[in-house]
Design a protein. Structure first.
Length: 155
């Protein structure tokens, strides 16, 4: 007597892969918006606009309207020079990396930059990274994946 048992690894259709990609991309955009709202809209003040302008690239990827209305001579271009973003929405994962080299924003994250000779009207500490991470995490915690349709098993 001989018995052969066999099973096949699940196959994910291209339609499901596309639906999953769309779902994860949408989740990344929405989580990025939550990050930007918690950081830029809530914690980063506007004077000349440099600090907020460091977020321009991320805001562009997230389709987020970044409001900057300087109350002093504009330093927006300075902020644009000191901010960058890498964005990944594809086979290697779904993520963004925001980077700034703007000295007073870096210092104000954890300290009052005026202690180091800056003359800012709204010095830190801002703790925007912590607030942004919390908002991002909260946003993705509600992520729902597309329904997987399984084929009937033949016996």
């Amino acid at each position: 007597m001989k018995l052969t048992a066999q099973f096949q690894a699940p196959r994910i259709s291209s339609a499901y892969r596309e639906a999953l990609h769309q779902s994860l991309t949408h989740a990344l955009v929405e989580a990025s918006k939550a990050y930007l709202h918690a950081t830029v809209d809530t914690l980063i003040p506007v004077y000349g606009g440099a600090s907020r302008a460091t977020f321009f690239q991320l805001a562009s990827h997230a389709e987020f309207a970044l409001a900057i209305s300087p109350v002093a001579p504009s330093t927006v271009s300075l902020g644009e020079e000191h901010g960058s973003c890498t964005w990944e929405a594809g086979p290697n994962g779904y993520s963004f990396t925001y980077t700034t080299t703007l000295p007073h924003l870096i210092i104000n994250e954890g300290y009052d930059a005026n202690q180091w000779g800056f003359h800012l009207r709204n010095p830190g500490p801002y703790h925007f990274q912590e607030a942004g991470a919390k908002a991002f995490q909260q946003s993705i915690s509600t992520l729902e994946f597309p329904k997987l349709q399984l084929e009937a098993v033949r016996i």
